[in-house]
Structure formats: C-alpha cells, structure tokens
Design a protein. Structure first.
Length: 229
C-alpha cells in the first residue's frame, strides 16, 4: 500500500483515501523546533488530514487499474488496510508508512501523521535528513567557565609558589656552601680560624656593650649662661 500511495503522490501531489483522509504534497521551508530541538531541512513533505467521512475511491480505482482487478476487490483491499492502520495506531501508538512518514496518536487521542523527507518526492533536498540537536546547557557552560577560572588561579598560585621555593632552595644552598667553606677553612687553618673567630666575637660583644651604654646613659643638656652687666 505504501508503494501505491507514493506513486500517486509523485504523479498527482494529492490523494484522497476513503474512510481515512487526505494526503497532500506541500513545500515546507527549513524549521527548528524550539522545544524538541529538531531540525527539518527544506523540501516537499507529505502532510495528512484525518477525515473518516472521506468517500473518494481514488486509491481503490488506481489499484484496480494498475493491478487489473475488479474495483470491488480493490475497495475491500483498501478498506481492510485502513482498518488495520487505525487499529495498529491505537494499540501500538504508531504505524509506519515507510519513507513518507509515521502515523501516531496525539495528546488528545486522535490520529496524526508525522512526515519525513522522501527523496523521490523531494529530490531537491540533496539528501539532507531530519536530526535532533542536544540543547545547550547554560549551567554546564557556567560550570566550565568557572572550572577554567579555577585552573588559571591554581596555575598562578603554583607559579608564585615555585618562585618562592626556588628562592628558598637557593638560600639554603648558599648557606650550606658557606658552612662547608667555613668548616674546610677551620680544618686547614685551625689557628687562624680560631683567632678570627675570637676577634669577631670580641667585636660583637663590644658593639653590644656600646649599644647598651648609649641606651642607658641619660642625655646631657647644655645650657648657655648669659651674664647681664
């Protein structure tokens, strides 16, 4: 049945089916659904209008003429297919019509048709297909930016810490070299080392005593005396 319907739509762009409704080929521009985030490329689509009161025998007449069978037999064939379509859609919630689209049940329980882009009906579509894009999460973007900022701050802190560590290590190395140098000098020239050490200690003690004396001595005030004749 899918093949019959497709052939008629390619030729006539419209088909009336008894007890079901109307198929029609219409041009639709590209569309992006704001909620479902689906993209539909531009092209000619098959739209369907449900109408159980439709009385046209167009489909049965086409089948009878093509397959060379009695019209009554073709009518029974079409009627059985329509009943099967309705029952399957109600029970399984959808009925596949091949490359033309899918019948389904809407929110109020009525039969609806969701078209797809058929390349035979719409050759100008250049093979484009419907697709669904995942919605962009603002929260995720915010978290990503925040994570990047945190990483930058950690890198900056790491660089500052590295500079201080280098300075600290350099100071320790210099101090260690100084201690080693003094130790080697004291071993090679012990007398000279101890003499210089005693002189250094004596000078430090003198400096400390001088500092303490300057701190404890009371200030001396000089008063000029003027004699009056």
């Amino acid at each position: 049945m899918k093949g019959y319907i497709k052939e008629i739509l390619i030729k006539n762009k419209k088909l009336l089916v008894k007890g079901l409704g109307t198929f029609e080929v219409v041009y639709k521009s590209s569309e992006i659904h704001p909620i479902l985030h689906t993209f539909s490329p531009p092209g000619q689509y098959v739209v369907f209008t449900f109408n159980e009161q439709e009385s046209s025998n167009e489909l049965a007449e086409y089948i009878a003429l093509k397959d060379k069978v009695e019209l009554s037999e073709a009518e029974k064939f079409v009627g059985k297919w329509v009943d099967d379509l309705k029952n399957t859609t109600q029970i399984e919630k959808e009925y596949d019509l091949g490359t033309l689209g899918v019948f389904s049940i809407d929110a109020v329980g009525k039969i609806q048709f969701i078209p797809t882009l058929d390349y035979d009906i719409s050759p100008e579509s250049f093979g484009m297909e419907n697709f669904t894009a995942a919605p962009v999460s603002t929260k995720s973007e915010g978290q990503t930016i925040e994570q990047k900022n945190r990483k930058k701050k950690r890198k900056k802190r790491g660089k500052v810490r590295s500079v201080f560590q280098i300075i600290g290590f350099s100071f320790l190395i210099l101090l260690l070299l100084l201690i080693i140098t003094v130790g080697v000098y004291s071993i090679i020239y012990p007398n000279d080392f101890y003499l210089k050490k005693d002189i250094l200690i004596m000078r430090i003690n003198q400096w400390i005593k001088t500092y303490e004396n300057d701190k404890t001595e009371p200030p001396v005030y000089i008063v000029d005396t003027v004699s009056y004749m």
